[in-house]
Design a protein around this ligand. Structure first.
Ligand code: UT7
Length: 301
């Protein structure tokens, strides 16, 4: 869906959306599509790319805030679609836009502790279902998508370190007010955009050094920053504070909009498939989302 199409729904313009966010378009799922279907497609692509056997996957984690159902978890529905009958553990992680970082951090702990040899980690969100299409302050920002990775136990460093943070005192800055035990009747994303923006820039600056601490790596070792794709201006401000240059950033916000838990794995996929991210490169992934939650992961591809 192009920005120009949104001009027919709300009082907005392509110029405003692009100038304030860097977004040119977003993908919107079909009415009959589900989050688990998008997650399944992403899983198949990841499995094919990693060239692994389906039944070697011992753990399936789906990061999502837009599950198909209240339960079973989306990860179980993906497992069913994959016909994975080997008893692999499967569960969802709900940490909104930081969900993928949370999920790979959990998978990493399972792998490093020796509990699991191979994990499938998916970030998938169908934000279009929780957007108020009359609210121009939110509906122009989000899109739908899914991305996935396979994590393996191995000799290479892989994930050097992950760092996860949360501060629930900000819960009303970015939320869907209606839920299961608290049905308020407002099932749409509500956001205090300016405040989220400021928090995001500061949190990202701090977490990068916290992540690099106790590793043998420095800022200058980072080949690629793969940030959560919420707003190009947030990413540009983070990059400036870090002293990096924009040509070290995988930027997909123009094409995808904010796809929440899917945005980082989608950006990784773009960077790897177009040949920019090469085997051995060091990536820093980082995200901020509702909660607030935030986190980062330092990875060698
Ligand atoms: O993924 C989770 C994390 N989420 C984020 O990181 C989002 C963080 N926030 C943002 O990205 C930005 O704050 C927004 C893109 C949401 C808003 O950008 P902004 O530069 O902070 O704009 P603003 O909210 O200060 O609004 C500026 C003006 C206002 O009009 P007035 O009061 O100056 O007359 C808004 O009413 O822009 C108006 N406006 C719009 N105009 C055209 C707000 N939304 C729109 C719109 N089209 N869609």
């Amino acid at each position: 869906m192009l920005n120009s199409e949104l001009e027919t729904l709300v009082e907005t313009s392509d110029e405003w959306i692009y100038a304030r966010t860097g977004i040119k378009q977003r993908h919107i799922a079909r009415e009959d599509e589900t989050t688990s279907e998008m997650a399944y497609e992403a899983a198949i692509h990841a499995i094919e790319m990693a060239q692994v056997q389906f039944d070697s996957i011992e753990l399936v984690i789906v990061a999502t805030s837009t599950p198909d159902l209240i339960f079973p978890g989306t990860a179980c529905l993906v497992q069913k679609k994959l016909k994975l009958r080997n008893g692999a553990a499967a569960f969802d992680v709900q940490a909104v836009c930081s969900g993928f970082i949370y999920a790979i951090s959990i998978a990493d702990q399972y792998i490093k502790s020796g509990t699991t040899k191979r994990a499938l980690v998916i970030g998938a969100d169908m934000n279009s279902r929780i957007l108020d299409w009359r609210d121009r302050t939110t509906c122009v920002l989000f899109g739908d998508g899914a991305g996935a990775v396979i994590l393996d136990r191995g000799d290479a460093p892989g994930i050097y370190k992950t760092r996860l943070c949360a501060d629930g005192s900000y819960s009303d800055y970015l939320q869907v007010p209606s839920g299961v035990s608290k049905p308020t009747g407002d099932p749409f994303i509500r956001m205090r955009g300016n405040e989220v923006f400021k928090f995001a820039v500061n949190a990202m600056d701090e977490i990068v050094d916290e992540t690099l601490a106790d590793t043998e790596l420095a800022r200058s070792d980072i080949d690629w920053l793969v940030p959560h794709q919420a707003n190009r201006r947030i990413i540009a401000a983070t990059v400036k504070k870090l002293g990096l240059s924009m040509d070290k950033v995988i930027l997909t916000v123009a094409e995808h909009g904010n796809t929440s838990a899917a945005s980082i794995p989608l950006a990784m996929d773009v960077g790897i498939r177009d040949g920019r991210i090469k085997q051995g490169d060091i990536m820093l992934l980082e995200a901020v989302g509702g909660g607030f939650t935030w986190g980062s992961a330092l990875i060698r591809y």
